[in-house]
Every structure is written in C-alpha cells, then in structure tokens.
Ligand binder design. Sequence first.
Ligand code: PLP
Length: 381
Amino acid sequence: MTKRYLFTPGPTPVPPEVLAAIAAPVVHHRSPDFRPTYERVLARLREVCRTEADVLLFGASGTGAFESAMANLVTPGEPHLVVSAGNFGDRWVSMAEAYGADVDVLRYAWGETPEADDVRARLREREAKAVWLVQSETSTGVVADIQALAAAAKEAGAIVVVDAVSSLGAVPCETDAWHLDVVVSGSQKALMTPPGLGLAAVSEAAFAARGSSPRFYFDWERTRKAQRQLDAPFTPPVSLVAGLDVALGLLLDEGLEAAFERHVRLGRAARAGVKALGLELFSPDEDRSAVVTAVRTPGEIDSGDVVKGVRDRFGITIANGQGDLKGKIFRLGHIGWFDVFDIATQVAAVELVLAELGADVERGSAVTAALEAYEHSASPA
Ligand code: PLP
C-alpha cells in the first residue's frame, strides 16, 4: 500500500468535507433538493470572483468555460489580441484562430512576464475587440499583473477576458474593481473540487458585445437566463455543484484575504526549499508566484525522471514541464487545500530523488528552509 499525494497545479487535493458532499445521493436539478445549493453556489462564486455580474456555470473543464467566451465574443474576421507567454496563452491563440478571429499575438518567451506597456503599444498599432489574458500561466509559474494589463486594454476600449483557471481563489482577482469583463476558471484548482465545472463571470459590457459565432451549449444568453431563474439550461453535474458549494464555503470561511496570504507564504516556502537544495528556479522569485513553483533540474537530469522518481518511490504526483520545457523543469503545485507540510513533503521527496539520480544537492536543509520561510512571513509585503 502506498499513500498517494496529489501535488500538481491542478487537479488539486480535495478536502474530505467536499468529497463527502459529492458522495451524497444524487438529487434532481429542477427540484427543491437542488435549488438552494445552486443559488448558494452562484452567490458564493460572485463573492469569490468579487463581482456583481452573473457567474455562468458550465458542466465543462476550464477550457470549456473559456470556449464559451470565444463562442460568444468572436465574430469571424474581427480583430482580437491574445497575450501569450506559455502553454495556455498559446491554446487561446489556437482557439481564437479556430473561431475565425483575425488574431494578433503579443508573444513572449515561455517564462517571461507580460508587460502592460507592451499591450498598450500593440493596441496603438492595431485595435482589438477583445484582449485575451492569462493571469497565472501554469506552464511557467508566472503570475501576471492582471490589473495593469487590463487597464492598458481598457484604455484602448477593448473587452478584457482573463484566464484565471489556476489563480482564482489563490491570488487576488478583482473582477469588478479591475474592470475585467470576463473571468474564467475551473473547479479543480484553487477551488478544491474535482474537475468538471467551468465558470465564466460575464460583465454587461461583454454580454452586450456578443458576436455571431454559432453556439448552443455555451451560449451565454441561454445559460444566464436559465440561471437567473435557478433553472439550469441543461442537466448540471449536481454532485460536483454540491461539492463546490462546500469548497467555496471553506474558502470564504477562511476569508479570501487570508487564503491569498496563505498562498503567498506557500510560494515563499516552496522557493526557499528548492533554493536550499541549490536548485535554480524557473518561475520568478517573487510573491506573486503563489500558484506553482517551477524548478530547473540540475545538470543533465531529465525532469521526467524526477517526476517518475517521486511517484514510484513515494506515491507523490508533481508536474513535468510542458512543451519545450518538458524534461527541463518540474513544477510543484500549491493552490487550494495545501499547507506548509505539503510543501515540506514535496521538497523532501525531490531532495531524496535528485540525490539518487546523482545530483549534487545540498542535503538536509530544504525542509527547514521551507518551514522557516512559511513561519517567518506572517504578513506578506
Ligand atoms: N488555463 C490555465 C492557466 C490552466 O492552468 C489550465 C489547466 O491546467 C487551463 C487553462 C485549462 O483548464 P482545463 O484543463 O480545466 O480545461
């Protein structure tokens, strides 16, 4: 018997209370057994997104919810700007092209941090109906300054769409205060619920800007109208909604600000741990990198061997790099139901496996460094 640990930046560990809610008998979605849960989840999602707008809930992964934004906002031939600095930005470029948008890409090397001035300059050269942004580029560990990027897009009069799939609930995402028109996320990241629910907070401006692409399941109008009557347009995954209700309750009980602070401290602990091993960070060494810590493997060691080693030896799942970074970096997740001992476990396992693989790592200090970084940073800057 091997105890299993899920330490990826999605899916993430699910608290037992949430699992218990999911295991309850299935109820009918158009009955009083479900409606109060549905109403509470929709209200709690608005709280977590910090918006007065409708948060549309779909039986879909995060990509599905993001596709709802494409299907509703893109009219073929219209100019759109996608900011891409990694795997998910690239996905949105491909998706916008699939919807026939006239796509301009503000492209950065993977690992770079998008800059508001670049967005501003690009929009001066070419207008865009919408600017598509990624808050936390999970493939690189970079968390962008969405407030600044969105402000640059707004100055040019564009609709702002934000992929907050791995960031919502982990780092601040002020939908209304930062004038984000669409914020997309999924259940399986910082929202501590299994995969299967996607959400999109949709402002009135975004709703009014709907285009003419064909759509049905993901049509915002259909879902918004039905949700407002607490009458889901299609059969929702009721068990996941019940789980999400409990998970959002846990998050709001902790308090969003407290959760953000915990994530900052978890990020600090992870970075301190790997640096104490003598490893080089790939993700920025800054407090905003509170979602996933990306680490270069030393020497010629393939990061796939680190991922396989911690899995085979200790039942721990961490993430390899994606795209060209596969084999070069490994990623330690710390969003959602994580505490400092989850970080200590990750860095301890990485230390043991790297040593076995022949790496020249500093032995015996990573766990202490991680614990100290967490303990000594009670109020993040
Ligand atoms: N965007 C980001 C930043 C992600 O991290 C992910 C998932 O890893 C996605 C989008 C895609 O979400 P899903 O896998 O739920 O479709």
